[in-house]
Design a binder for this molecule. Structure first.
Ligand code: COA
Ligand code: MG
Length: 292
Protein backbone atom coordinates (compact mmCIF):
# COMPACT_ATOMS: atom_id res chain seq x y z
CA UNK A 1 0.00 0.00 0.00
CA UNK A 2 1.28 3.43 -0.91
CA UNK A 3 1.64 5.81 2.04
CA UNK A 4 -0.01 9.23 1.93
CA UNK A 5 2.13 11.70 -0.05
CA UNK A 6 4.60 13.78 1.94
CA UNK A 7 6.98 16.52 0.91
CA UNK A 8 10.55 15.31 1.17
CA UNK A 9 12.13 17.32 -1.65
CA UNK A 10 14.89 18.92 0.38
CA UNK A 11 16.36 17.01 3.33
CA UNK A 12 19.31 18.75 4.95
CA UNK A 13 21.89 16.98 7.11
CA UNK A 14 23.00 19.05 10.07
CA UNK A 15 25.83 17.73 12.26
CA UNK A 16 24.61 17.68 15.87
CA UNK A 17 28.11 18.78 16.90
CA UNK A 18 28.11 21.98 14.83
CA UNK A 19 26.73 24.90 16.88
CA UNK A 20 26.74 27.34 13.98
CA UNK A 21 24.84 24.98 11.70
CA UNK A 22 22.34 24.12 14.46
CA UNK A 23 21.74 27.82 15.09
CA UNK A 24 21.04 28.26 11.38
CA UNK A 25 18.09 25.87 11.56
CA UNK A 26 15.76 28.54 12.93
CA UNK A 27 16.12 30.54 9.71
CA UNK A 28 15.90 27.64 7.23
CA UNK A 29 12.87 26.30 5.47
CA UNK A 30 13.42 22.90 3.97
CA UNK A 31 11.10 19.93 3.91
CA UNK A 32 13.12 17.99 6.45
CA UNK A 33 16.35 18.07 8.40
CA UNK A 34 18.37 15.11 9.55
CA UNK A 35 20.26 16.03 12.67
CA UNK A 36 23.26 13.76 12.50
CA UNK A 37 24.88 11.93 15.37
CA UNK A 38 26.70 9.52 13.04
CA UNK A 39 29.20 10.17 10.22
CA UNK A 40 29.37 13.95 10.67
CA UNK A 41 30.23 13.67 14.37
CA UNK A 42 33.73 12.60 15.45
CA UNK A 43 33.95 9.79 18.05
CA UNK A 44 35.13 12.19 20.78
CA UNK A 45 32.12 14.46 20.23
CA UNK A 46 29.30 11.93 20.42
CA UNK A 47 28.17 12.64 23.98
CA UNK A 48 28.28 16.42 23.55
CA UNK A 49 26.36 16.09 20.27
CA UNK A 50 23.54 14.23 22.05
CA UNK A 51 23.22 17.08 24.53
CA UNK A 52 23.09 19.64 21.73
CA UNK A 53 20.42 17.58 20.01
CA UNK A 54 18.22 17.72 23.10
CA UNK A 55 18.69 21.48 23.34
CA UNK A 56 17.87 22.21 19.71
CA UNK A 57 14.80 19.97 19.66
CA UNK A 58 13.61 21.51 22.90
CA UNK A 59 12.90 24.54 20.76
CA UNK A 60 11.73 23.03 17.50
CA UNK A 61 12.68 25.06 14.39
CA UNK A 62 9.41 26.33 12.91
CA UNK A 63 10.24 26.36 9.18
CA UNK A 64 11.02 22.65 8.86
CA UNK A 65 8.22 20.15 8.20
CA UNK A 66 9.94 17.00 9.43
CA UNK A 67 12.77 16.56 11.90
CA UNK A 68 14.71 13.33 11.81
CA UNK A 69 17.64 12.20 13.94
CA UNK A 70 20.34 9.97 12.48
CA UNK A 71 21.66 7.69 15.19
CA UNK A 72 24.79 5.56 15.10
CA UNK A 73 24.28 1.91 14.21
CA UNK A 74 22.54 0.14 17.09
CA UNK A 75 25.37 -2.42 17.06
CA UNK A 76 27.93 0.33 17.74
CA UNK A 77 29.05 1.55 21.16
CA UNK A 78 26.97 4.74 20.72
CA UNK A 79 23.79 3.25 19.25
CA UNK A 80 21.77 2.59 22.41
CA UNK A 81 22.49 6.01 23.96
CA UNK A 82 21.76 7.73 20.64
CA UNK A 83 18.43 5.97 20.31
CA UNK A 84 17.39 6.85 23.86
CA UNK A 85 18.41 10.49 23.34
CA UNK A 86 16.59 10.63 20.01
CA UNK A 87 13.34 9.16 21.37
CA UNK A 88 13.41 11.58 24.30
CA UNK A 89 13.56 14.52 21.84
CA UNK A 90 10.33 13.47 20.11
CA UNK A 91 11.49 13.85 16.52
CA UNK A 92 9.30 12.86 13.56
CA UNK A 93 11.72 10.18 12.47
CA UNK A 94 14.85 8.25 13.29
CA UNK A 95 17.28 7.46 10.48
CA UNK A 96 19.12 4.17 10.85
CA UNK A 97 22.55 4.09 9.19
CA UNK A 98 24.11 1.16 7.33
CA UNK A 99 20.96 -0.96 7.36
CA UNK A 100 21.88 -4.37 5.99
CA UNK A 101 18.96 -6.67 6.72
CA UNK A 102 15.23 -6.40 7.52
CA UNK A 103 16.20 -7.47 11.06
CA UNK A 104 18.08 -4.18 11.57
CA UNK A 105 14.84 -2.29 10.99
CA UNK A 106 12.65 -4.70 12.96
CA UNK A 107 14.97 -4.56 15.97
CA UNK A 108 14.92 -0.77 15.96
CA UNK A 109 11.12 -0.90 15.72
CA UNK A 110 10.96 -3.25 18.72
CA UNK A 111 13.17 -0.89 20.74
CA UNK A 112 10.91 2.05 19.85
CA UNK A 113 7.85 0.04 20.91
CA UNK A 114 9.52 -0.96 24.18
CA UNK A 115 10.43 2.66 24.87
CA UNK A 116 6.80 3.65 24.34
CA UNK A 117 7.61 5.82 21.30
CA UNK A 118 4.42 7.04 19.58
CA UNK A 119 3.35 5.22 16.41
CA UNK A 120 3.83 8.45 14.50
CA UNK A 121 7.59 8.17 15.02
CA UNK A 122 8.83 6.88 11.67
CA UNK A 123 11.94 4.93 10.80
CA UNK A 124 14.12 5.90 7.86
CA UNK A 125 16.85 3.57 6.61
CA UNK A 126 20.14 4.31 4.87
CA UNK A 127 21.02 2.16 1.89
CA UNK A 128 24.78 2.50 1.82
CA UNK A 129 26.51 -0.85 2.07
CA UNK A 130 26.90 -3.64 -0.48
CA UNK A 131 25.02 -6.00 1.84
CA UNK A 132 22.20 -3.52 2.37
CA UNK A 133 21.89 -3.16 -1.38
CA UNK A 134 21.84 -6.93 -1.92
CA UNK A 135 19.06 -7.28 0.69
CA UNK A 136 17.18 -4.20 -0.38
CA UNK A 137 14.10 -5.97 -1.71
CA UNK A 138 13.46 -7.64 1.64
CA UNK A 139 14.17 -4.42 3.56
CA UNK A 140 11.81 -2.37 1.41
CA UNK A 141 9.14 -5.08 1.71
CA UNK A 142 8.79 -4.02 5.35
CA UNK A 143 7.00 -0.94 4.03
CA UNK A 144 4.08 -3.22 3.19
CA UNK A 145 4.00 -4.63 6.69
CA UNK A 146 1.16 -4.10 9.09
CA UNK A 147 3.61 -2.34 11.42
CA UNK A 148 4.31 0.64 9.27
CA UNK A 149 7.09 2.56 11.01
CA UNK A 150 9.43 2.27 8.01
CA UNK A 151 8.68 5.26 5.82
CA UNK A 152 11.71 6.32 3.83
CA UNK A 153 14.92 4.96 2.31
CA UNK A 154 17.97 7.18 1.87
CA UNK A 155 20.78 6.56 -0.59
CA UNK A 156 24.18 6.82 1.08
CA UNK A 157 26.30 7.30 -1.99
CA UNK A 158 29.52 8.33 -0.22
CA UNK A 159 29.66 5.14 1.84
CA UNK A 160 28.59 3.03 -1.09
CA UNK A 161 31.33 4.45 -3.32
CA UNK A 162 33.92 3.99 -0.59
CA UNK A 163 32.87 0.44 0.20
CA UNK A 164 32.60 -0.81 -3.36
CA UNK A 165 35.47 1.07 -4.96
CA UNK A 166 33.16 2.41 -7.66
CA UNK A 167 34.44 5.62 -9.24
CA UNK A 168 32.14 8.49 -8.23
CA UNK A 169 32.17 10.55 -11.44
CA UNK A 170 30.18 13.81 -11.67
CA UNK A 171 27.63 12.15 -13.94
CA UNK A 172 27.30 9.22 -11.47
CA UNK A 173 27.30 6.78 -14.36
CA UNK A 174 28.63 3.83 -12.35
CA UNK A 175 26.30 4.44 -9.41
CA UNK A 176 23.26 4.76 -11.63
CA UNK A 177 22.24 1.07 -11.74
CA UNK A 178 22.24 0.89 -7.94
CA UNK A 179 20.33 4.15 -7.62
CA UNK A 180 17.67 2.91 -10.02
CA UNK A 181 17.46 -0.34 -8.07
CA UNK A 182 16.82 1.70 -4.92
CA UNK A 183 13.94 3.58 -6.53
CA UNK A 184 12.44 0.31 -7.72
CA UNK A 185 12.71 -1.32 -4.28
CA UNK A 186 11.24 1.72 -2.54
CA UNK A 187 8.27 1.72 -4.91
CA UNK A 188 7.74 -2.01 -4.35
CA UNK A 189 7.55 -1.32 -0.62
CA UNK A 190 5.46 1.84 -0.93
CA UNK A 191 8.29 3.91 0.60
CA UNK A 192 9.79 7.28 -0.20
CA UNK A 193 13.28 7.23 -1.71
CA UNK A 194 15.78 10.05 -1.25
CA UNK A 195 18.80 10.59 -3.47
CA UNK A 196 22.31 10.80 -2.01
CA UNK A 197 24.25 13.96 -1.27
CA UNK A 198 26.37 16.02 -3.61
CA UNK A 199 29.63 16.91 -1.85
CA UNK A 200 30.49 19.93 -3.99
CA UNK A 201 28.33 22.60 -2.39
CA UNK A 202 29.78 25.52 -4.34
CA UNK A 203 28.94 24.38 -7.90
CA UNK A 204 25.20 24.92 -7.81
CA UNK A 205 24.75 24.52 -11.58
CA UNK A 206 26.16 21.01 -11.41
CA UNK A 207 24.03 20.41 -8.34
CA UNK A 208 20.84 21.55 -10.10
CA UNK A 209 21.63 19.18 -12.97
CA UNK A 210 22.15 16.30 -10.53
CA UNK A 211 18.80 17.09 -8.87
CA UNK A 212 17.16 17.06 -12.30
CA UNK A 213 18.56 13.58 -12.96
CA UNK A 214 17.43 12.40 -9.54
CA UNK A 215 13.89 13.67 -10.17
CA UNK A 216 13.84 12.01 -13.60
CA UNK A 217 14.97 8.73 -12.00
CA UNK A 218 11.96 8.83 -9.71
CA UNK A 219 13.48 9.94 -6.41
CA UNK A 220 11.15 11.88 -4.10
CA UNK A 221 13.84 14.32 -3.05
CA UNK A 222 17.49 14.84 -2.33
CA UNK A 223 19.59 14.74 0.79
CA UNK A 224 21.62 17.92 1.19
CA UNK A 225 24.71 19.01 3.07
CA UNK A 226 24.52 22.80 2.72
CA UNK A 227 21.70 25.39 2.91
CA UNK A 228 22.59 26.69 -0.57
CA UNK A 229 21.38 23.36 -1.96
CA UNK A 230 17.82 23.74 -0.62
CA UNK A 231 16.41 26.01 -3.35
CA UNK A 232 17.73 24.03 -6.35
CA UNK A 233 16.55 20.75 -4.81
CA UNK A 234 13.06 22.12 -4.19
CA UNK A 235 12.91 23.49 -7.74
CA UNK A 236 13.82 20.12 -9.22
CA UNK A 237 11.54 17.99 -7.03
CA UNK A 238 8.46 20.24 -7.20
CA UNK A 239 5.90 19.53 -9.90
CA UNK A 240 6.32 21.91 -12.85
CA UNK A 241 3.39 24.17 -13.86
CA UNK A 242 3.00 22.06 -17.03
CA UNK A 243 2.83 18.83 -15.01
CA UNK A 244 0.26 20.37 -12.69
CA UNK A 245 -1.91 21.60 -15.56
CA UNK A 246 -1.78 18.12 -17.10
CA UNK A 247 -2.69 16.51 -13.76
CA UNK A 248 -5.68 18.83 -13.39
CA UNK A 249 -6.89 17.95 -16.89
CA UNK A 250 -6.61 14.22 -16.23
CA UNK A 251 -8.50 14.43 -12.92
CA UNK A 252 -11.18 16.63 -14.53
CA UNK A 253 -11.55 14.22 -17.47
CA UNK A 254 -12.08 11.20 -15.20
CA UNK A 255 -14.62 13.21 -13.19
CA UNK A 256 -16.88 13.69 -16.25
CA UNK A 257 -20.14 11.69 -15.98
CA UNK A 258 -19.50 9.96 -19.33
CA UNK A 259 -16.18 8.60 -17.99
CA UNK A 260 -17.55 7.30 -14.70
CA UNK A 261 -16.34 3.76 -13.98
CA UNK A 262 -13.96 3.67 -16.95
CA UNK A 263 -10.40 2.36 -16.65
CA UNK A 264 -9.04 4.09 -19.74
CA UNK A 265 -10.22 7.15 -21.65
CA UNK A 266 -9.05 9.23 -24.59
CA UNK A 267 -7.75 12.72 -23.84
CA UNK A 268 -6.55 14.88 -26.73
CA UNK A 269 -5.74 11.86 -28.84
CA UNK A 270 -3.88 10.00 -26.10
CA UNK A 271 -4.88 7.14 -23.90
CA UNK A 272 -5.06 7.99 -20.19
CA UNK A 273 -5.64 5.24 -17.65
CA UNK A 274 -7.05 5.29 -14.16
CA UNK A 275 -3.51 4.79 -12.84
CA UNK A 276 -2.58 8.14 -14.40
CA UNK A 277 -5.49 9.68 -12.53
CA UNK A 278 -4.21 8.27 -9.22
CA UNK A 279 -0.73 9.60 -10.04
CA UNK A 280 -2.22 13.00 -10.97
CA UNK A 281 -4.13 13.16 -7.68
CA UNK A 282 -0.92 12.50 -5.71
CA UNK A 283 0.86 15.23 -7.64
CA UNK A 284 -1.94 17.70 -6.90
CA UNK A 285 -1.90 16.71 -3.23
CA UNK A 286 1.86 17.45 -3.12
CA UNK A 287 1.32 20.78 -4.86
CA UNK A 288 -1.32 21.69 -2.27
CA UNK A 289 1.19 20.93 0.50
CA UNK A 290 3.82 23.13 -1.19
CA UNK A 291 1.30 25.98 -1.45
CA UNK A 292 0.63 25.86 2.32
N1 COA B 1 23.13 22.88 8.07
C1 COA B 1 22.88 24.12 8.58
N2 COA B 1 23.70 25.18 8.37
C2 COA B 1 24.79 24.97 7.61
C3 COA B 1 25.09 23.71 7.06
C4 COA B 1 24.22 22.64 7.32
N3 COA B 1 24.44 21.41 6.83
N4 COA B 1 26.23 23.82 6.34
C5 COA B 1 26.64 25.10 6.44
N5 COA B 1 25.76 25.79 7.21
C6 COA B 1 25.80 27.21 7.57
C7 COA B 1 27.16 27.59 8.14
O1 COA B 1 27.17 27.35 9.53
C8 COA B 1 27.24 29.05 7.79
O2 COA B 1 26.44 29.74 8.72
P1 COA B 1 26.60 31.34 8.97
O3 COA B 1 25.91 31.98 7.80
O4 COA B 1 25.90 31.55 10.24
O5 COA B 1 28.07 31.59 9.01
C9 COA B 1 26.56 29.12 6.43
O6 COA B 1 25.69 27.96 6.37
C10 COA B 1 27.51 29.06 5.27
O7 COA B 1 28.33 27.93 5.40
P2 COA B 1 29.74 27.81 4.64
O8 COA B 1 30.72 28.75 5.27
O9 COA B 1 29.50 27.96 3.20
O10 COA B 1 30.15 26.32 4.92
P3 COA B 1 30.95 25.75 6.17
O11 COA B 1 32.39 25.72 5.85
O12 COA B 1 30.50 26.42 7.43
O13 COA B 1 30.39 24.25 6.22
C11 COA B 1 30.41 21.91 5.76
C12 COA B 1 30.72 23.31 5.22
C13 COA B 1 30.58 20.90 4.64
C14 COA B 1 31.35 21.58 6.91
C15 COA B 1 28.95 21.91 6.27
O14 COA B 1 28.16 22.32 5.19
C16 COA B 1 28.45 20.61 6.84
O15 COA B 1 28.85 20.21 7.91
N6 COA B 1 27.50 19.93 6.13
C17 COA B 1 26.85 18.75 6.60
C18 COA B 1 27.81 17.57 6.71
C19 COA B 1 27.10 16.33 7.13
O16 COA B 1 26.15 16.34 7.87
N7 COA B 1 27.57 15.15 6.64
C20 COA B 1 26.99 13.90 6.95
C21 COA B 1 25.94 13.49 5.98
S1 COA B 1 26.53 13.28 4.35
MG1 MG C 1 27.02 6.95 5.83
Amino acid sequence: MMQAPRLRRSVLYVPASNDKALAKLASLSCDAVVIDLEDAVAPGEKAAAREKLAKILGNRPAGVREIVVRVNALSSEWGADDLAAAIACRPDGILLPKVETPRDVLEAGDLLDEAGAPESLRLWAMVETPRGLMNLGAIAELGRDANPRLSCLVAGTNDLAAMTGVLATPDRRYLMPWLMQMVLAARAGGLDMLDGVSNDFRDLDAFAAECGHGAAMGFDGKTLIHPAQIAPAEAAFSPSPAALAEAERIVAAFALPENAGKGAIGLDGRMVELLHCVQAERLLAKAAMIAK
